[in-house]
Ligand binder design. Structure first.
Ligand code: AMP
Ligand code: MG
Length: 336
């Protein structure tokens, strides 16, 4: 199959509509990462997403809709969620509600809930308006690989396997949406992202954060899986262990390898003479740059040496979560 990469013009949107109606899968730009979408009401189309990605069949998908779609058609919406939708949608916030059972049972993998997102990217809005159905979509990467933030990244994982990528340019947000459980009296963050606990609490007064306990069945099944792994060898150091990290780099170079650091801007400034990928200085910059740099790192390094960023809280919660998981670290091990 030839994979077309097209901007969201009239021709592309008409083709996307045709494909979605035929039960095919279409990749599309969003402001967080690229998604791999299919008609959420079509069992076979949804199963295609899992098969293409190699995604575990107990890891539910988010349903994406345009900003005028009536969410109460899909979900029971608690009254307090109105203020959250007003404040943050369209945008990088996914809300989990009790489901009305209107989409395929494969979308939520048998859970009684449905997660809904209204992306703000103009390309995503144009695509969702053209198809005018809920579109189930995980990130458009092979399962466990780094999420894609350009159409080229999607091609790198799926060239020849999907018919169309709607190219809206780079995904500037850079990390996946915040996932917020809205099935209880107080909302609870299941996955940290650009819409932070502090931002949510400022609108509805309170916001919990879910932490999976050892041995417990996770509330958000995706949390149990290894994610975002670059396809090269990796090493991980705390910010206090820079001299150990440099010794690791020298050893790799001595053995004929091509080591490369991945670190925040302040650390990169002290790495003159070393190959290094600069994550940036602010949490927003680090979110925006992380996945593209992980993919660049896997392309050019035999060993990618991560130095943990120091900042904590707010957007950094989401960045740290992805950064640690990309390098096989748990948040507990790293002392947070
Ligand atoms: P991805 O599609 O890779 O961005 O992952 C979607 C994330 O949302 C995963 O961590 C899922 O476990 C989570 N998720 C999706 N739907 C639900 C749901 N109904 N309840 C809880 N978590 C969900
Ligand atoms: Mg994903």
């Amino acid at each position: 199959m030839k994979t077309l990469v097209l901007p969201p013009d009239e021709r592309a949107l008409a083709y996307a509509k045709e494909l979605i109606e035929a039960g095919e899968v279409v990749a599309f730009h969003t402001e967080t990462v690229y998604g791999l979408g299919a008609d959420a009401r079509n069992d076979e189309a949804v199963r295609k997403i899992f098969a293409l990605k190699g995604r575990p069949t107990d890891n539910p998908l988010i349903s994406h809709v345009h900003s005028d779609y009536d969410i109460s058609d899909l979900a029971e919406v608690p009254p307090y969620t109105e203020a959250l939708r007003k404040a943050f949608l369209p945008g990088p916030l996914t809300m989990v509600y009790p489901s009305k059972g209107k989409v395929s049972p494969f979308v939520s993998c048998g859970l009684p809930t449905i997660s809904v997102r209204v992306p703000s990217s103009p390309a995503a809005q144009a695509f969702l308006r053209a198809v005018n159905v809920p579109v189930a979509a995980p990130s458009a990467n092979r399962s466990k690989h780094v999420s894609p933030v350009t159409a080229q990244h999607v091609l790198d994982d799926f060239d020849g396997d999907i018919p169309l990528i709607i190219d809206g340019g780079p995904s500037r947000g850079g990390i996946e949406s915040t996932v917020l459980d809205c099935t209880g009296a107080v909302p609870q963050i299941l996955r940290a992202g650009l819409v932070t606990r502090e931002m949510i609490a400022s609108v509805v007064g309170d916001c919990g954060v879910y932490h999976m306990r050892a041995g417990e069945k996770p509330k958000s099944p995706g949390m149990a899986y290894k994610h975002y792994a670059p396809g090269c060898r990796t090493a991980y150091f705390s910010a206090d262990a820079l001299s150990d990290a440099k010794r690791c780099y020298e050893r790799e170079r001595g053995a004929g390898g091509t080591p490369c650091f991945l670190a925040e801007h302040a650390v990169c400034e002290s790495l003159a003479g070393y190959a290094a990928l600069d994550l940036g200085a602010s949490p927003e910059e680090m979110a925006s740059n992380l996945y593209a740099l992980l993919r660049e790192g896997e392309r050019k390094a035999s060993l990618l040496i991560a130095v943990e960023p120091r900042a904590r809280g707010g957007v950094m919660d989401g960045v740290r979560n992805r950064f640690l998981r990309a390098f096989g670290q748990s948040e507990e091990e790293s002392g947070s």
